[in-house]
Design a protein around this ligand. Structure first.
Ligand SMILES: Nc1nc2c(ncn2[C@@H]2O[C@H](COP(=O)(O)OP(=O)(O)O)[C@@H](O)[C@H]2O)c(=O)[nH]1
Ligand SMILES: [Mg+2]
Ligand SMILES: [Zn+2]
Length: 259
């Protein structure tokens, strides 16, 4: 079910106006003096502080309503939506689920996920410049379209990006990152924050391994170098190979938290 057709598609203003550019924790003015850079960092810190406060409020609401929240992140095309389509088909109706999906443009993912029968809210970030992550206040607005009293699990498919979604807490309980084998073994080393803040890695598209020169042991070693002991689920969202351990991890976490 797609809530109210697409009428509830949320368009939101970027946190920043054109005069104050979209800020991330790592941003700093190129060639700026030390003083300017320090000022800029303070502004960024404030943006993230405001987000953290909003995320804490979201977390309180989710806890009050007994809804478990999973934030799914990855670069574009690694297989978040496909993994969710297959996952939701397996865990519903036992675990009553809903999805908030963020994209710069289109409702393509909401269309695909709505087929599973779960409530889906699509957020489009294009209208005011296309934010490349979902911030906590956007999640708060999107959640207003969902009946939290009748939900066990809310999955947020974040905007495809391995960088800034890792910096923006949205009030989730757990975070998972999807890394597909076509992206190369080195991505955990290049984007360490994402792998550090996540609680599980889905190494996806393993059905393609016979056609690639891909060292899966090296990929896992790189993931564990950044985040020792993080669970790594080697899966194919296409064939559903390796899905059992992933589904067990997810459902056990949801049930444990909601007990
Ligand atoms: N071969 C293969 N293709 C996959 C797999 N998972 C996703 N894809 C394909 O990868 C493309 C991007 O997948 P999508 O789920 O839209 O990725 P997202 O952008 O992360 O949501 C689509 O063409 C999918 O069919 C997989 O496990 N194996
Ligand atoms: Mg998607
Ligand atoms: Zn961003």
């Amino acid at each position: 079910m797609l809530i109210n057709g697409f009428k509830n598609r949320i368009r939101y203003h970027r946190q920043s106006s054109p005069k104050s550019p979209h800020l991330h924790a790592g941003d700093h003015p190129a060639g700026g003096s030390k003083i300017t850079a320090t000022r800029e960092i303070k502004v960024v810190r404030k943006v993230l502080d405001v987000n953290d406060a909003m995320a804490a409020r979201n977390r309180e609401v989710f806890a009050e309503k007994n809804v478990f929240v999973l934030n799914m992140m990855s670069s574009p095309g690694s297989g978040k939506t496909t993994t969710l389509e297959k996952t939701l088909a397996k865990i519903m109706p036992e675990i009553r689920s809903a999805v908030i999906v963020g994209d710069i443009c289109t409702t393509n993912d909401a269309d695909r996920l709505a087929v599973t029968g779960v409530p889906v809210v699509q957020i489009n970030t294009d209208e005011f410049g296309g934010d490349c992550h979902l911030a906590a206040h956007v999640i708060e607005k999107a959640v207003g379209n969902l009946d939290l009293d009748n939900l066990d699990l809310l999955i947020v498919e974040n905007v495809g990006n391995l960088v800034c979604p890792a910096e923006f807490d949205i009030g989730e309980n757990l975070r998972a990152v999807v890394l597909s084998v076509t992206e190369g073994e080195d991505k955990p080393l290049k984007y360490p924050l994402m792998f550090r803040v996540c609680d599980a890695v889905l190494l996806n598209k393993i059905d393609l391994l016979p056609y690639l020169e891909y060292d899966r042991k090296l990929a896992v070693k790189n993931i564990l170098q950044i985040h020792p002991e993080i669970p790594v689920f080697e899966i194919s969202a296409q064939t559903e190979e390796g899905f059992e351990p992933w589904l067990n991890w997810l459902t056990q976490n949801v049930k444990q938290k909601l007990k």
